[in-house]
Design a protein around this ligand. Structure first.
Ligand code: TRP
Length: 462
């Protein structure tokens, strides 16, 4: 056992400092959860996979699978107090299982790295749309013009590379500054502001868009349209949007002070994240239907629908600029979470300074991200397995590594971690909440993930 070296769980503390309060922790996890996944990805996968039935599966996945896994992940992080790899190794030994659980941490570090590579490219487009707002590139634009503006942006090597580079530098800079100074500060004011702006935009869509049709599309399930791939994508989206399954929440949990309630923190994050995704859908789909945009048009959807609305509304340029600035910040607080596990791992394993680790990881993710830049421009014909380089990196990380990581996390928290350890760490006694969580973590969440996998790979027919 490594326990002596690592310290007993109650005495262990993190090398990187602690959150100043519970609110700071909740804000940070919410900051990592709310991002491009809510505003860019949620609408386009809902559109691609046919609406209501997909949304329903997604909601079930978020609450029945996502919530118990998020709780488990925070719990493991706080107990281990290290980077995800070391945390899983220490806990594996401590619970009399094997140190090989560290590979779970490894999956997470890899998934975060892969996601960061394409995340930064999309965030780079958002940056370029801030510029587009000020230059009036989309003011008064019609459908064809917004579509061609997105095509020009995403297929331009120069624009995509500049955006990707600027965003990756922004990420590295904040991460280099450290937990409290870097991570906490950016999040406090901007998240509530984003929420307010989304509400204003929902009101706009309600007045100007085809709201009834959007609500019908999003909330009336049509199970005929539901494929097994859609179920896997909905599950992947639940993991992606909640930032779970890859150790970020574990890494953040490692900085959580003793005695802070875990279950209610997890619930707060899940509710906030879901609300923002639904609001984004309610902004975007009414505009899509009112203007004859195809809801299934893919990753460009948001970049076409929103400028269309901003271009027509009075003062739309300012709204547009503000909106894209806020989305940039939402993406920024997420990218910080994506890079953190790898950075913490390098710092603790190789004793390198934080800043150096941040630069190394950012540089490597930038290089891989160029593959995504190529996927939308010169390399769009270079396809294998799932499609372009972007499609593959996205599929591998979101639909395979995140669910796999999540599965292992809940199996560890539910089956390997003994009852005493988990109830001590969760701190809610052994009553209803504890038993509810443990049941979900032991049975429901793992079974759901395994079933979805087998079903999507065609091994099991439902
Ligand atoms: N949740 C983020 C979003 O919705 C993306 C994301 C996935 C993420 N996994 C993460 C962010 C881990 C931070 C950490 O945009």
């Amino acid at each position: 056992m490594n326990e002596q070296a690592a310290g007993s769980p109650s005495r262990r503390s993190s090398l990187h400092g602690h959150w100043s309060s519970r609110l700071a922790f909740v804000m940070a996890v919410t900051g990592s959860a709310v991002g491009l996944g809510n505003i860019w990805k949620f609408p386009y996968v809902v559109g691609e996979y046919g609406g209501g039935a997909f949304v329903l599966i997604y909601l079930v996945a978020v609450f029945a699978v996502g919530l118990p896994i998020m709780t488990s992940e925070i719990l493991l992080g706080r107990r281990g107090r290290r980077n995800p790899i070391a945390t899983m190794r220490i806990l594996g030994e401590e619970e009399g299982s094997t140190p090989h659980w560290q590979w779970l941490g490894g999956i997470g570090v890899l998934a975060g790295f892969l996601i960061l590579s394409f995340y930064s490219v999309i965030a780079g487009w958002v940056l370029s749309y801030i510029v587009n707002s000020f230059t009036g590139a989309y003011s008064g634009a019609d459908l064809d013009q917004v579509v061609s503006l997105f095509e020009t942006t995403s297929s331009s090597l120069t624009i995509s590379t500049i955006g990707h580079t600027v965003f990756m530098v922004m990420t590295a800079v904040v991460v280099a500054l450290g937990v409290q100074h870097g991570l906490e500060r950016a999040i406090r004011i901007l998240m509530p502001l984003l929420m307010v702006l989304l509400l204003i935009l929902v009101a706009y869509s309600y007045i100007e868009g085809d709201f009834a049709r959007a609500v019908d599309f999003m909330f009336t399930p049509n199970f005929d349209a539901l494929t097994s791939e859609a179920v896997l994508v909905a599950l992947g989206q639940a993991f992606f949007t909640l930032s779970i399954g890859m150790g970020t929440v574990m890494a953040y949990g490692a900085y959580l002070p003793e005695g802070t309630p875990i279950t209610s923190s997890a619930l707060t994050v899940v509710l906030a994240d879901t609300l923002i995704a639904i609001l984004a859908g309610l902004v975007i789909f009414p505009i899509i239907f009112a203007n004859g945009l195809d809801p299934a048009s893919g990753p460009g959807l948001v970049f076409e629908a929103l400028p269309l609305a901003f271009g027509q509304m009075p003062g739309g340029i300012y709204f547009g600029a503000l909106f894209f600035v806020l989305v940039t910040f939402a993406a920024w607080t997420s990218s910080i979470g994506l890079i953190e596990p790898a950075v913490a791992w390098i710092v603790e394993t190789f004793y390198r300074p934080r800043a150096e680790a941040a630069i190394i990881v950012a540089l490597a993710a930038w290089l891989l991200g160029m593959g995504t830049v190529f996927s939308f421009s010169v390399g769009s014909d270079f396809v294998f397995w799932q499609g372009t380089i972007f499609d593959n990196v996205e599929y591998l990380s979101t639909n395979i590594l995140l669910p796999l990581g999540g599965l292992l996390i809940t199996v560890f928290a539910g089956w390997v971690l003994c009852r005493n350890s988990s109830s001590e760490e969760l701190g809610v006694g052994t009553g209803f909440i504890y038993r509810g969580w443990r049941f979900m973590a032991r049975f429901v969440a793992p079974a759901a993930v395994v079933l979805v996998f087998l079903h999507a790979t065609g091994l099991v027919k439902l």
